[in-house]
Design a protein. Structure first.
Ligand SMILES: [Zn+2]
Length: 73
């Protein structure tokens, strides 16, 4: 099984592995910047190297939140 397949399989079980360290990622409240916006979300983070996994769903949801906030102003 390739590394890529193993990560995909783990993600399906909601248990992500860091590509670099092969360590189990832990949910952690993390701030990140995307498209110039600052977000805070609970994201899987590697306890070894600090790599954060940001899924497309999280980004899309957060972008929508920001867009709604901007429209309300
Ligand atoms: Zn790592």
């Amino acid at each position: 099984m390739s590394e890529q397949e193993r990560v995909k399989e783990s993600a399906a079980e909601n248990h992500l592995l860091c590509l670099k360290c092969n360590a189990a990622m832990e949910q952690q409240k993390t701030s990140f910047t995307y498209l110039g916006f600052n977000f805070e979300a609970s994201l899987p983070r590697c306890p070894v190297c600090g790599q954060v996994y940001i899924s497309e769903d999280i980004v899309k949801g957060k972008i929508k939140e920001v867009e709604t906030l901007l429209e309300d102003k």
